[in-house]
Design a binder for this molecule. Structure first.
Ligand code: FAD
Length: 318
């Protein structure tokens, strides 16, 4: 079922949903089920599965020259989605990115998803690969999420890349996109970023999932600004309980967001690892309660494949 239909049927009750990573190469599907099993009793409306493109690593050979290797640590997004849908009978949402895909590859991926009975996709550009400073689209691929949305929308209208195709079937994907309450890191300012977010909505996005944030005011302000520029689709907040001391550095570094001073100070003063986990869970529960009072359509948890803290928060909320 489409995310928009889940929201409609919930009739104002906030949905619980999660994002997981596909298992590391070398692990089997049971690694995913192990992450998800504790969360299933909380009745998630849908489960997002991230997409991880190939990276390049360089290894020195005996002659001193460097050899480039292509690695993909977490393949299998589409297959994991199919396994989740078949095992739990819960909607799985694959993340689909522009990076590394030609438009033909994207069309083929969407054909696979359509055959598998997947109703939703989260359409993203993807980050630059670690060895490149800027995002470089694949030759003949989509350069921005907006172009990817255009392609999905075309297929939803039965328009494939080969315009000589006769009597082609329409697809019917519900399209999610990313939104950044603290702005996307490449954008010169929030207004400009929201201008492009509006473009994604005008091209066919059905709902927005936000980057994680730890200060609800950032989300409230973001929603207000979205409504001001006529972005009227559901905006689902992305949530993550902070759980380690090292995340004081890694979260701002990797996700380009601020951590509130009072949260960071509390974590710094904590006496041990267990206390930090508790501080993160308590902060997250308070955040979720306030978001629910605000009237969010759902709470989307970034589990990072560690479900225990999410389970604790969701148990207190739902
Ligand atoms: P876009 O919407 O294309 O925006 C990228 C940048 O370009 C922004 O600064 C925007 O303001 C600007 N821009 C947009 N359109 C234009 C235009 N036409 N002209 C000029 N500038 C423009 N990454 C993964 O690799 N795999 C995942 O599974 C994944 N899941 C994610 C899930 C969520 C909920 C979120 C929030 C992010 C996720 N990401 C994932 C990270 C995401 O791919 C990166 O943040 C990426 O850098 C931007 O993706 P986007 O879809 O927001 O890009």
């Amino acid at each position: 079922m489409k995310v928009t239909e889940h929201i409609h049927r919930a009739n104002g009750k906030p949905l619980f949903s999660v994002e997981i990573l596909p298992p590391l190469k070398g692990q089997d599907v049971n690694a995913t089920f192990k992450t998800l099993d504790p969360l299933i009793e909380l009745n998630p409306a849908f489960i997002d599965v991230t997409y991880h493109r190939q990276e390049y690593i360089y290894k020195q050979k005996e002659n001193g020259l460097l050899k480039r290797y292509q690695v993909r640590k977490r393949p299998g997004t589409v297959a994991i989605c199919a396994a989740i849908q078949s095992h739990y009978k819960i909607d799985a949402i694959p993340h689909l990115i522009c990076g590394g895909f030609t438009k033909e590859d994207t069309e083929d991926a969407l054909i696979d998803l359509n055959f598998l009975g997947i109703d939703n996709v989260l359409a993203l550009r993807g980050d630059p690969i670690k060895t490149e400073k800027n995002f470089i689209p694949e030759a003949g691929g989509n350069a921005y999420a907006s172009e990817l949305i255009e392609q999905v929308t075309s297929l939803n209208n039965g328009k494939y890349l080969d315009d000589e195709l006769q009597e082609s079937q329409k697809m019917d994907f519900c399209i999610g996109v990313a939104g950044y309450p603290e702005k996307h890191f490449e954008s010169p300012n929030l207004g400009m970023d929201m201008h492009y977010l509006k473009e994604k909505v005008d091209l066919g996005a059905d709902y927005i999932v936000t980057q994680m944030f730890f200060d609800n005011q950032k989300y409230f302000e973001f929603v207000r600004k979205c409504r001001e520029i006529d972005i009227n689709i559901p905006i689902i907040p992305g949530i993550k309980p902070l759980s380690t001391l090292s995340q004081l550095k890694s979260i701002p570094q990797n996700f380009y967001i601020d951590l509130p001073e009072s949260l960071a100070m509390e974590v710094l003063k904590a006496k041990d690892k267990e206390s930090i986990k508790e501080i993160g869970i308590e902060w997250c529960i308070n955040q979720c309660q306030e978001l629910i009072e605000f009237g969010v359509p759902g709470l989307h948890f970034y589990t990072m494949s560690n479900s225990i803290n999410t389970q604790r928060v969701a148990n207190a909320i739902f």
